[in-house]
Design a protein. Structure first.
Lengths: 898, 412
């Protein structure tokens, strides 16, 4: 067990799809008051990892601060009662068995996660597809890169990312499409930024309706009309053709369908003027982009959620890929269509086939021989025969009671799915909801019937694959909670209880990995891109010390594969890449008179998904601490929104489905568009779940939801009062209309607002903060301001400020008081002023009448060269009223002049 | 040739007036001062610390015989004016001498009020007004054990505190249910009582004295509800009355005090009055700060300068070591007033500022009076405090311009 002190363990970051290598030095510390071990974990970037070469972003470098067991799920639970593992597993196995028996295989479903390790993913996929007889397994990766998968498959016949990160260093033009790389993939961004500094001639074009932080390094920002990416790339295809820079040999020998694609592009995107009009872009800017794209063969198109999260996300991918195929910009250094994934192991999930429209190991249900192959390999007794339900349809089937038992693993669909409130209701009404997670209280665990405590990052072993096909080991570096288990173990135990002892008799993660590697090579013979069969007999020791590699890793490519399709051969039936003729389609739900604004969603820099990990560290909460809505100044004026106040957003999904967010007025967003981040949950906010507004509509091919284009309306949230609470312990938020919770250093901060004023603010505050300790209060009754603090054992326990407007002191000084074990009288008086006194320390008061302290007197004696009591009186007034301090002044003077 | 100026009374205010006059008009007057007490001027405010043993008598002398002599001012100590002849502009002393004047200044101060209950003249009953009273009390503490102080106002509490410091068992009998009810509201008064009790002071609140018991020396105090408190020293500290005897003799306009105008002139030309014996615009003042203002105005007026006294805002502080309180203006809630209240009752801290039309109308503080001078200055100047409202009650240190303004003050 690699857990002794002074040892460095290499692993990868738990966050985004960049997949940075990390060197970890864990140090066990005994935590007082609990019997749980705790760890101080030092994290640095691995110098030799090809994803980051030693660099880490702020999220990654803070990962060590998130490994405490606060809020962890510690025991199996059924209907709110702690039970034994044996009992919990039996409950799950029995229910799934009986549902399948009574209602058929498609009445059960798994909803899993791109944060699964590959081994966990593999077992989940095998269990449901091979032994439960259903392909109803989908994953939160559906929300992230499903369109990119289908795009690749349509073009290449396989879900293959052709590029390496290295291509970013070698490109002459990087087109960043629908990706705020600076925030979502900081290390990739820094890599590009570094290259741009080294080689200023490298051109960077950002295609994004928003002016994001990524635009800082852009030579050109194309703030196109939301949803018009396919228009832009059809336009580019036309212009590449116009400029005669097509690679006709490559088109001829290695592709099919070019003519249809170019014809379609030229139909409506034949001229720059047409494209400019449809994308609402400046012609000059477009011309510049096209000129660079024409002239620069070494072009990487780096794309992400802005392309994928769309009802035409697959078409957008193919519009991009078409341009690369037409110019032969693929399979060579410094070029390629590069989809970058959001999650640490979205790629691993794709490799095992852990999506409803995949079978396994980069095989699909569209070929009966593939189903047969997998069935034989697994020795499956109940093999699924066709695609299962993709996420949106899956939760719809739960709502319709077609699915009666669902097992959600390590993801939070009550937050992240479109029409999230409908998903929540569907789960509440479902016969059996099982949730495996490492966190006890999430919006999703709160609606579960059975809870299974999983180990998490750093506590368990496995592999992950990042955006450029690099497979890395995630390694255990600390002991997890006693009763938490690896997901592959939990799944295998349920399988065994369902009667599949032999097929799920895994002893270790390496055991699973060997089988996964073997399947990738099973009857492959070069027909499938994904092949890591060289590792199918890897020993435990070799697995333990396994170095990162880029797949495929097989007899044909024993050192891994940096770039795919270098040979111009693809995995389609004909072996040729496919052009797809693209007719750009607008988003499904247009704006209307009642819902005139487009809601865009996305990440912020320092948060990850639903904040279960990142919200644990005060450092990461400091960047963007509250759910916000970005509004263009024109719209702010139009809808009477004020910076820093609150706004209410609703959609055609219903008035009851609301988001309330802090208004941020900025011209970084287009007029008519709004942006709200995705991270806030019911654990951290009253109304911060943006997905309650997102329409449950997806791409017809990929099923990926259109999360970046939902019609909404916005109006001021008419708060009667605003306030904030800082508290050492979490508070009960029931009855507070608007609140967000922010973790600070040794305290929680709540920003609150209500439309109805409590009759008595003191009574209200007592009910929230309790009656323990000393109560300090400030009241400005006619000004409607109330403040109160609780001091327990000399330490600040909690403080509340309430005011009729947002004008309140900064919370930072008050927050800092929570780190003090004792507060002096001056600090105590300052608490409800919300700030430190600016007055200098006067020292002991000498002249009471004029409040002159000894320090002031001594200073004046020296500075103004005062030699008599009268002179002191003239300078400071001291001693000129009642005169009782004259003797002391005389004494001080004598002493100072000595 | 110098004009003749006669001052009756060389207490704190009288002496301060002479001091100011000599500065404003050093050679204008030939000054003669008559004082009933044997001493020159001393700081009466400091009698409390003397009683408490924190200061000695010589330390509080401010204007002794030499001081007057050095300034060519004729001081007639232990001398009372018995008659004034306005026709001839002369005064006669109890020693039979007569002096003429051009300007006559009355600064006879006030007398302690003695409740005329049975037994009030018994030996062992004392007021708390002058050095003699203090000497008597200090002397008593050597042999007496139990004291009752009648009156829970400023002076009564300072007297009680002094006696406790000198080892006596002291009970304060107070008519109302709030100590210092003129300066304190019920919350601050309650905190004050609690703090003094912690120092060992006892209280009989809402208690009216009906009789002082004893045959040839005081033995106790009986209250109207029948309760009896044993005592071998009784201090009467229920208030002061302006000493208006001279004013009456001269047939000046007299109300509660000798009535003066903004130049401190009485109803008779050439006769002025200042200090605790006067009534100005209906107000009688008993604290030193406004009276010093009067002294300055009168000095300027008699120096021939244009000057006017327009009344004062007053603020109060209690001279009991370890107890901080502050009170100024009208701190009661009223129609149109807005109050800002800070309470930290477990620390005995309370601060209240009352605004009207965004101007400070009054303030009362207990336990922590930091920044009260800034609040008082703004009360006096009647500044608009809208911009400071959010942190006003916390004092100057929390205001945006705190550092600059104190810089400015220093330059000034």
């Amino acid at each position: 067990m690699p857990m002794s002190e002074n040892q460095t363990i290499q692993t990868t970051c738990p966050y985004c799809g960049v997949g940075c290598g990390m060197d970890i030095s864990p140090k066990p510390v005994k935590k007082s008051g609990t019997n749980l071990d705790s760890f101080e974990v030092k994290v640095v970037g691995s110098e030799n990892h090809t994803a980051n070469f030693g660099r880490l972003c702020v999220k990654g470098s803070s990962a060590g601060e998130t490994v405490d067991f606060d809020g962890r799920m510690l025991e199996p639970q059924v209907n709110g009662e702690v039970v034994s593992w044996n009992s919990a597993l039996a409950t799950v196995a029995d229910k799934f068995s009986s549902v399948i028996k009574e209602h058929g295989s498609d009445a059960v479903a798994f909803y899993v996660s791109g944060q699964f390790l590959t081994e966990d993913y593999y077992v989940a996929n095998k269990l449901i597809k091979g032994f439960m007889g259903s392909a109803n397994i989908d994953t939160n990766s559906r929300l992230c890169m499903a369109s990119a998968v289908v795009g690749y498959k349509r073009a290449f016949g396989s879900d293959t990312v052709p590029c390496s990160y290295e291509d970013l260093d070698l490109a002459d033009l990087i087109v960043i499409v629908g990706s705020n790389t600076a925030w979502a993939h900081p290390i990739v961004y820094q890599r590009i930024a570094a290259e741009k500094r080294r080689r200023p001639d490298l051109k960077i074009v950002v295609v994004d309706p928003r002016k994001t932080a990524t635009c800082d390094i852009a030579d050109l920002h194309l703030a196109l009309k939301p949803g018009t990416d396919a228009v832009l790339f059809n336009g580019l295809l036309s212009q590449l053709s116009e400029a005669n820079v097509l690679d006709t040999t490559f088109i001829e020998n290695n592709t099919e369908g070019f003519q249809a694609a170019i014809d379609k592009a030229q139909e409506q995107q034949g001229s720059i003027a047409e494209v400019a009009e449809q994308c609402e872009l400046d012609e000059q800017d477009l011309r510049q982009f096209f000129e660079w794209a024409v002239a620069r063969q070494k072009m990487v198109s780096l794309y992400s959620q802005g392309v994928n999260q769309s009802s035409s996300g697959v078409d957008k991918s193919n519009a991009i890929i078409n341009c690369h195929l037409a110019t032969g910009r693929i399979g060579k250094e410094g070029m390629g269509p590069f989809s970058i994934t959001g999650q640490p192991n979205a790629m691993g999930g794709r490799e095992v086939g852990g999506l409803a429209n995949q079978l396994a190991a980069h095989m699909d249900f569209n070929k009966p021989e593939s189903i047969d192959l997998v069935s034989r390999f697994w020795n499956a007794n109940n093999m699924a025969q066709e695609n299962g339900l993709k996420a949106i349809d899956m939760f719809q089937a739960v709502a319709d009671k077609r699915i009666k038992a669902i097992w959600i693993m390590n993801t939070n669909p009550v937050v992240s799915m479109p029409d999230a409130d409908a998903v929540k209701q569907a789960l509440l009404d479902c016969e059996m909801v099982v949730v495996s997670d490492c966190v006890q209280s999430t919006d999703t665990t709160n609606v579960a019937d059975v809870l299974l405590p999983a180990l998490t990052w750093g506590e368990t072993d496995g592999t992950v694959t990042n955006s450029d096909r690099t497979v890395s080991r995630q390694r255990k570096f600390m002991q997890g909670p006693e009763n938490a288990k690896p997901d592959w173990w939990i799944l295998s135990e349920v399988a065994k209880k369902m009667g599949f002892d032999k097929e799920f008799n895994y002893q270790s993660a390496a055991d699973v990995f060997r089988e996964h590697a073997a399947l990738s090579g099973f009857e492959n013979n070069g027909t499938r891109d994904f092949d890591i069969s060289l590792l199918d007999k890897i020993s435990e020791g070799e697995y333990s010390s396994m170095e990162s590699f880029q797949w495929p890793l097989s007899a044909n490519s024993p050192n891994g594969t940096k770039r795919m399709f270098a040979d111009g051969k693809f995995f389609t039936a004909s072996g040729k890449a496919q052009f797809i003729a693209i007719t750009p389609r607008p988003p499904v739900h247009p704006t209307t008179e009642e819902f005139p604004l487009i809601l865009n969603t996305g990440r912020v820099r320092d948060q990850w998904h639903t904040m279960t990990r990142t919200a644990k560290t005060a450092k990461l909460m400091a960047h963007k601490d509250e759910v916000y809505v970005t509004v263009h100044p024109d719209d702010a004026k139009k809808y009477q929104l004020v910076e820093g106040e609150l706004a209410k957003l609703t959609s055609p999904l219903g008035e009851g489905k609301q988001v309330i967010a802090r208004v941020e007025v900025s011209d970084s967003i287009r007029p008519g568009s709004l942006f709200v981040p995705i991270h806030w949950t019911a654990q951290y906010s009253s109304h911060g779940r943006v997905d309650v507004l997102v329409q449950p509509v997806g791409d017809p091919l990929s099923g990926q939801p259109e999360s970046k284009h939902s019609p909404v309306k916005i109006e001021p949230f008419k708060a009667k009062w605003y306030g904030f609470i800082l508290s050492r312990e979490p508070i009960e938020t029931q009855g507070i209309e608007y609140w967000v919770k922010v973790k600070g250093k040794q305290f929680y901060r709540y920003e609150i607002a209500c439309t109805v004023r409590p009759v008595d603010l003191e009574v209200w505050t007592d009910s929230i903060l309790g009656l323990d300790g000393d109560k300090v209060q400030y009241q400005d009754a006619s000004g409607d301001r109330y403040r109160s603090a609780r001091i327990v054992d000399g330490r600040l326990q909690s403080v509340v400020f309430i005011a009729p407007s947002i004008e309140m002191p900064s919370r930072s000084w008050l927050g800092s008081v929570f780190t003090k074990n004792e507060i002096d009288a001056k600090t105590r008086l300052s608490l409800l002023a919300g700030q430190q006194s600016g007055a200098k320390d006067e020292g002991q008061t000498i002249c009471s009448c004029f409040g002159v302290g000894i320090n002031t007197i001594v200073e004046a004696i020296h500075k103004d060269k005062l030699t008599s009591v009268e002179a002191i009186g003239k300078a400071l007034k001291a001693g000129t009223n009642c005169g009782s301090c004259v003797p002391e002044l005389t004494e001080i003077l004598a002493k100072e002049l000595k | 040739m110098k004009q003749k100026l006669i001052l009756i009374g060389s207490g704190m205010v009288g002496a301060r007036f002479i001091e100011r006059l000599l500065q404003e008009a050093p050679d204008k007057y030939d000054i003669r001062v008559f004082n009933k007490e044997p001493n020159g001027g001393y700081n009466r405010i400091m009698l409390s610390p003397v009683l408490a043993g924190e200061k000695q008598l010589p330390e509080i002398m401010t204007h002794d015989h030499d001081w007057f002599e050095e300034r060519d001012v004729h001081l007639h100590a232990s001398t009372e004016i018995v008659a004034v002849d306005q026709q001839s502009k002369t005064v006669s002393t109890d020693l039979g001498a007569t002096y003429s004047y051009d300007k006559l200044i009355i600064a006879t101060g006030s007398n302690p009020f003695i409740i005329p209950v049975p037994g009030h003249e018994l030996p062992g009953v004392v007021a708390f007004r002058d050095i003699r009273d203090v000497n008597f009390m200090i002397h008593s503490t050597a042999t007496k054990k139990k004291a009752v102080v009648i009156g829970g106002g400023l002076l009564g509490l300072e007297a009680a505190n002094g006696l406790i410091k000198r080892g006596m068992d002291v009970t304060v009998v107070h008519l109302g249910d709030v100590l210092m009810e003129v300066q304190m509201d019920p919350i601050s008064g309650g905190l004050l009582q609690k703090s003094l009790e912690a120092n060992g002071m006892k209280f009989a609140m809402s208690a009216q004295t009906s009789e002082i018991l004893g045959d040839d020396f005081v033995t106790g105090v009986k209250m109207s509800d029948g309760r009896v408190l044993d005592a071998d020293l009784v201090v009467m500290a229920v208030g002061i009355r302006p000493n208006i005897g001279v004013g009456k003799k001269l047939d000046l306009e007299v109300n509660r005090g000798i009535v003066v105008n903004d130049q401190l002139e009485t109803s008779v030309d050439g006769i002025y009055a200042l200090g605790e014996c006067v009534e100005h615009r209906g107000m009688v003042y008993g604290l030193v700060a406004p009276l010093y203002e009067q002294a300055q105005v009168l000095a300027e007026t008699l120096a021939g300068k244009k000057s006017a006294y327009q009344g004062s805002f007053i603020s109060t502080k209690l001279k009991v070591t370890g107890i901080s309180l502050f009170s100024a203006g009208d701190f009661h809630d009223s129609e149109g007033s807005e109050s800002l209240v800070y309470k930290d009752l477990s620390q005995n801290i309370y601060r209240k500022v009352v605004l009207k039309d965004n101007k400070i109308q009054g303030a009362v503080m207990f336990g922590d009076v930091t920044g009260s001078n800034w609040i008082f200055d703004n009360l006096v100047e009647q500044n608009d405090m809208s911009a400071y409202r959010d942190t006003l009650v916390f004092g100057e240190g929390y205001q945006p311009s705190a550092s600059q303004s104190s810089e400015k003050e220093k330059v000034a």
